[in-house]
Ligand binder design. Structure first.
Ligand code: ACM
Ligand code: ZN
Length: 531
């Protein structure tokens, strides 16, 4: 037989018997354990999507998995229950008996030629099983295909850290709810589970606050400028037309949208610095009532303002962690303020750093009384802080890291050196983020247990558009996702980059802009390092 004839016969046989070489399993974050099996499952119009026991959130879980299926595969599945989960079916089920070793976010996914079974201890685990399944399906014909091949395997998977976060500053530039949802979708696709929402800053107040309506009527707006200096000084003749805010209804909708995607929202109201938006509305919030930040901590009315704002925030955001900010406060202003000096004397404080720490502790008492836990940028450590607050370690100083750990504070790593996604990128940025160990050697094993996880910070002074935002965030957020999900021992940058190439096709299909892998050095205003 001629060689070509043999090849044609072999190919025909392969197609007839469904034994074409399965695609490699390409998933990010890399699952903990993959055991490849022979064959593949085909998702097509004959596939039945089945739901067994789904626990307390049954209708939400089945709804989101069905929605993802329809969006990603572009077809409506046939629906069934555990009994009908036989041939050509995909069954999602919370296990009757606890599956050991996978915790509350892990899952076990078994792909066989006739049947896929995803099991987990919780709905969140099933959601992640679905994300993995979507990534396992080929992308080649995603947009218009009628069928998708999923290579057979058994996957057991669970995260390295419980806190895998991404932050977004919507104060410097405003991003609408549709975009915030898209951002949440992208985080969820890579199993990021915390969204730190920076909702107030000098440039705009973004939350409807019933007790202080000026905050959104006035504080949500600034001049529409394209220059880098978007705020100062505002000329009297300039219209305040740029901005926006989220209504309570919109916020509740986003919080729910995130929750069904496994994401907790950590809202940040940044006090007592970065406070010009509120001071512009209510000058009495400042020392001497002169409209200059920070908030006056000698004035009881100011503390009352902060507590009342947080009460409205607690009502909107159910996740127990809420962020007070506390970064980059111009504390020297308090030295020249009688009320602040009086507070320092009365409370027996040594200096203005301790005044901020006193404020933070007062606010923490209020948080705790409402059943909430406080998070703050690492300046909240400066004048002494309670050990029950959680610290965003951002100034990259290992001494501060150690100080937090010795004090017993939980720590979220987000140093400027690696996790500031508004900073310029070069060819090594992602490698450093992926490979560098950020945990100081000086930490004891017990202190290491205080590390909750990591997050990326995206400050938007120089990020005016959705497209630019995505390009700063992707694909490096995918490296952060793998770093925080996959066990350290399995981190392999070259292998990650090879898998990342496959992901870029997915980002294209999902309409996400990203920085090309060969873009070289990015220069521009995003290299300026202040907020
Ligand atoms: C910060 O970057 N100012 C926390
Ligand atoms: Zn004052």
């Amino acid at each position: 037989m001629k060689k070509t004839t043999t090849l044609i016969i072999l190919l025909a046989a392969a197609v007839m018997f469904g034994c074409q070489k399965p695609r490699a399993i390409v998933v990010i974050p890399e699952p903990v354990e993959i055991t490849p099996k022979s064959g593949q499952f085909t998702i097509d119009s004959r596939t039945t999507l089945c739901f067994g026991n789904l626990g307390a959130e049954a209708s939400e879980t089945s709804k989101i998995i069905r929605e993802l299926y329809e969006q990603y595969f572009g077809m409506r599945p046939n629906l069934g229950d555990a009994e009908s989960a036989k041939k050509r079916s995909i069954l999602f089920s919370v296990s009757e008996k606890e599956i050991k070793g996978i915790g509350s976010e892990g899952y076990v996914l078994r792909v066989r030629p006739n049947r896929i079974v995803a099991e987990a201890n919780t709905a969140a685990g099933l959601f992640y099983a679905m994300q993995t399944l979507m990534q396992m399906a080929g992308t080649d014909k995603l947009a218009d295909s009628k069928s998708f091949a999923v290579p057979c395997a058994v996957i057991t998977d669970y995260p390295r850290f419980g806190y895998r976060g991404a932050h977004l500053d919507v104060s410097r530039h405003f991003f609408d709810t549709a975009f915030v949802k898209k951002y949440i979708d992208m985080l969820a696709f890579y199993k990021i589970n915390k969204f730190h929402w920076h909702l107030t800053d000098d440039h705009g107040w973004r939350v409807q606050t019933d007790q202080y309506p000026e905050l959104t009527r006035v504080g949500a707006w600034r001049p529409e400028r394209t220059s880098w200096d978007t705020l100062h000084p505002v000329r009297p003749d300039e219209p305040m037309t740029y901005g926006g805010f989220y209504t309570k209804e919109q916020i509740r909708d986003i919080v729910h949208y995130a929750a069904v995607r496994g994401i907790d929202v950590v809202p940040e109201m940044d006090f007592p610095g970065h406070s010009l938006a509120e001071i512009r509305c209510y000058p009495w919030l400042s020392c001497h009532g002169d409209g200059i930040e920070p908030l006056c901590l000698g004035n009881d009315r100011v503390l009352d303002f902060c507590k009342k704002v947080f009460d409205e925030v607690f009502d909107l955001f159910p996740y127990e962690y809420v962020e007070i900010g506390g970064d980059e406060v111009i504390r020297e202003r308090w030295s020249g303020c009688e009320l602040c000096q009086e507070r320092i004397r009365k409370e027996g404080l040594a200096d203005v750093a301790q005044l901020q720490a006193w404020f933070t502790r007062e606010m923490e008492k209020h948080f705790n009384a409402q059943g909430r836990k406080m998070v703050g940028w690492d300046e909240i450590l400066d004048g002494g802080v309670s050990p029950t607050a959680t610290v965003n370690w951002w100034r990259s100083d290992p001494v501060t890291f150690k100080k937090a750990a010795v004090n017993g504070n939980e720590i979220i790593m987000c140093p400027t050196t690696h996790c500031y996604f508004d900073y310029a990128q070069d060819d090594q940025t992602m490698r450093h983020l992926y490979e560098d160990n950020l945990i100081p050697e000086t930490l004891t094993p017990d202190e290491r247990k205080l590390i909750k996880g990591m997050q990326a910070n995206i400050w938007c002074e120089f990020i005016p558009t959705e497209s630019r935002m995505q390009t700063m965030v992707f694909p490096r957020a995918i490296a952060l996702a793998e770093k925080t999900w996959t066990p350290m021992e399995a981190h392999d940058f070259e292998d990650f980059v090879a898998r990342l190439k496959d992901q870029l096709g997915r980002l294209d299909i999902m309409g996400v802009d990203y920085r090309p892998l060969d873009a070289g050095l990015t220069v521009g205003f995003n290299t300026i390092m202040f907020h």
